[in-house]
Design a binder for this molecule. Structure first.
Ligand SMILES: [Zn+2]
Ligand SMILES: [Zn+2]
Length: 257
């Protein structure tokens, strides 16, 4: 479940009825409230990257609960933490998790992926600020090529994977996606669906990779209509080259109102 925090963050919480893990707690209070209300013991804190809105609550939650903190090997995060990098596996809440190295938003950003949750549920992806619904994170530390590769790596996971992003940016991302691909019928349909959800105060997340592959321009740089859309912003773009399309889209999004 996503716990809303700060202006537009989600702190994802997963539990088995007794023990819980949280991802990127930017603040401690809303997590403590859920733990108390549901009688859960916090065992694990997962960190995707070092930004304050993702780690601001780590120290207080660890002190209050004794939870173990896992975080990216090459970033500065609150100590003590167990460092993880792409290819590592963790055993948490009775499930196996794979760590994915996905640089771009920050240089050491990681994601946590569970291929087979209990009870035949769909796979789970905690992707921090790398993949958003209908968008992707800004390139604060990495290169366009790194981010492009990271997004390709995530997009290659199974279609029914639940995509648990760290921010509710979906509606503004969808406005941009529609500027790129105004005639994408699935995008129009999904935008109406998400507007409904937000009007009712509901999160638009988790999304799924099946949906993102159809509506997220940053995962569709090889689609002719997306390349044509990007060339509105970058007229001399090589529309045959997906990384060039991606780079143009990311630059356009940075200045898109
Ligand atoms: Zn961030
Ligand atoms: Zn963030």
């Amino acid at each position: 479940m996503p716990i809303p925090a700060l202006a537009d963050n989600y702190i994802w919480l997963l539990h088995d009825g007794h023990e819980a893990l949280v991802v990127d707690p930017g603040v401690p209070e809303p997590v403590m409230q859920v733990l108390q209300a549901q009688g859960l013991a916090l065992r694990t804190i997962l960190v995707t990257h070092h930004h304050a809105d993702h780690v601001g609550g780590v120290a207080a939650l660890r002190e209050a609960t004794g939870a173990t903190v896992y975080g990216p090997a090459f970033e500065t995060i609150p100590e003590p933490a167990t460092r993880v990098d792409g290819g590592d596996t963790l055993h948490l809440l009775g499930r196996t998790w794979l760590v994915l190295a996905i640089p771009g938003h920050t240089s050491g950003h990681v994601a946590y992926y569970c291929a087979s949750p209990e009870g035949g549920e769909a796979p789970i992806l905690f992707c921090g600020d790398t993949l958003f619904s209908a968008g992707c994170g800004r390139l604060f530390e990495g290169t366009p090529a790194q981010m492009f590769d990271s997004l390709q790596q995530l997009a290659a996971l199974p279609a029914h994977t639940r995509v648990c992003c760290a921010h509710e940016y979906t509606l503004s991302n969808l406005r941009f996606a529609l500027a790129v691909e105004p005639n994408n019928a699935q995008l129009l349909h999904h935008a109406a669906h998400c507007q409904n959800l937000r009007a009712q105060g509901q999160p638009t997340l988790p999304s799924s990779l099946a949906v993102e592959r159809e509506i997220n321009p940053f995962l569709r740089c090889n689609v002719v209509q997306v390349a044509q859309g990007a060339s509105q912003f970058a007229p001399h773009l090589d529309t045959q080259h997906p990384l060039s399309v991606f780079t143009a889209l990311r630059e356009w999004k940075n200045v898109f109102q």
